[in-house]
Design a protein around this ligand. Structure first.
Ligand code: ZN
Length: 187
């Protein structure tokens, strides 16, 4: 088990559509090692989500875990560690809202992105069970950011106002306290 290197924007793997994961491989030694490495890498990075392509594995697997809602994410609820395999997103309501997003593959940068805020996610978990969850608000943004990685997309592709793309220290200085929605994610 190991912390893996997180690849950064410019690496071609981040721009490739990841392959669906073979259901019969869920639970295999290779699968368990990848998930454990992704968990360790997520913890070592301080992020809340990590997609397999970010560790240069172009497969449709992502992990999300929110343990520390108060100090970093305002009123956002916690979310226990979960593995999301071959997830699909259904937009339940097209109304959008924006949040500042960061990404472990674009260290030191932040951008304001508007996304639908009411979605359903269908996926297989780490035990190959079919699951479906509804997400709203900031959590809906977190999941869309993460699953974009499985489709070769980065949050920068979705910034509509490039004046709201910023280095982190300038975000803290100039944008943090005047943004409409202040929670920021890094995944
Ligand atoms: Zn990301």
């Amino acid at each position: 088990m190991a912390v893996r290197e997180i690849i950064r924007m410019g690496h071609p793997t981040l721009r490739q559509v990841a392959a669906p994961y073979a259901e019969e491989q869920i639970g295999s030694d290779t699968f368990l090692e990848l998930v454990e490495d992704m968990r360790e890498t997520l913890h070592a990075s301080g992020g809340i989500g990590l997609a397999a392509p970010q560790v240069n594995v172009p497969l449709q697997i992502a992990v999300i875990e929110i343990t520390d809602p108060i100090t970093r994410y305002g009123e956002i609820q916690t979310l226990p560690f979960e593995v999301y395999i071959n997830p699909t997103i259904t937009i339940e309501n097209a109304a959008t809202a924006g949040y500042w997003e960061g990404c472990l593959s674009l260290p030191g940068m932040m951008g304001f992105v508007e996304r639908p805020q009411h979605i359903r996610v269908d996926y297989l978990n780490g035990s190959a069970e079919k699951k479906s969850i509804q997400l709203q608000g900031f959590l809906a943004t977190v999941f869309q950011h993460e699953f974009d990685h499985l489709m070769g997309k980065l949050y920068v592709d979705r910034i509509t106002d490039m004046t709201l793309f910023s280095f982190d220290s300038e975000y803290q200085r100039y944008h943090l306290n005047n943004s409409l929605n202040s929670p920021a994610s890094e995944s």
